[in-house]
Ligand binder design. Structure first.
Ligand SMILES: Cc1cc2nc3c(=O)[nH]c(=O)nc-3n(C[C@H](O)[C@H](O)[C@H](O)COP(=O)(O)O)c2cc1C
Length: 158
């Protein structure tokens, strides 16, 4: 089975998750969608993922899903998000991923999120501080990564 893992990341979480997937799926191709958007025709299974900012899936991941949709509908497909808010995941998928792709995908999962201030611009850092301030009052709401979910998806697709 030829596998492509295509990711779009702003501050590195989705990239690290994609790398973790690739390390566990032998022979898989790892693609940064910000650099290239390859034709998925040559692959049997495709995993596409990206991070979420203010309710929106990373533009490169969204564009890729929309543009490659006819081909992706013929492939074994999984979609992942890196999102800090567990409760918003269903809504993000609904608002950002085409319904046919959602119905077709074998697995849609959020790997959780983390806040990497060193990779953020001024406005984003300010947003992050606001999110953290609210979340700090409810510790369980702070973004958290779930590497076990990455491993579970890798187990399914390897
Ligand atoms: C400015 C900003 C806005 C964010 N907005 C959301 C959001 O709307 N929903 C959510 O679940 N997570 C949100 N997050 C959390 C990110 O999804 C999380 O930090 C993720 O790990 C980022 O992945 P990346 O490093 O691959 O870009 C936001 C983070 C930042 C910094």
């Amino acid at each position: 089975m030829k596998t492509m893992i295509a990711y779009a990341s702003k501050s590195g979480t989705a990239k690290r998750c994609a790398e973790r997937l690739a390390a566990r799926i032998p022979g898989s191709a790892l693609v940064d969608l910000h650099r290239e958007k390859p034709d998925p025709s040559g692959y049997d299974q495709v995993i596409v993922g990206g991070s979420v900012r203010i309710g929106a899936l990373h533009r490169d991941a969204k564009q890729y899903l929309d543009g490659a949709k006819p081909v992706l509908l013929k492939k074994r497909l999984a979609i992942f998000l890196c999102a800090g808010n567990e409760e918003g995941v269903e809504k993000v998928l609904e608002n950002n991923v085409d319904p046919e792709l959602r119905a077709h995908a074998e697995r849609m999962v959020s790997f959780g999120g983390e806040l990497n201030p060193e990779h953020l611009g001024g406005f984003e850092r300010m947003m992050m501080k606001m999110v953290t301030k609210v979340a700090n009052s409810e510790k369980d709401k702070l973004p958290k990564l779930f590497p076990e979910r990455v491993d579970a998806l890798a187990e399914l697709f390897k």
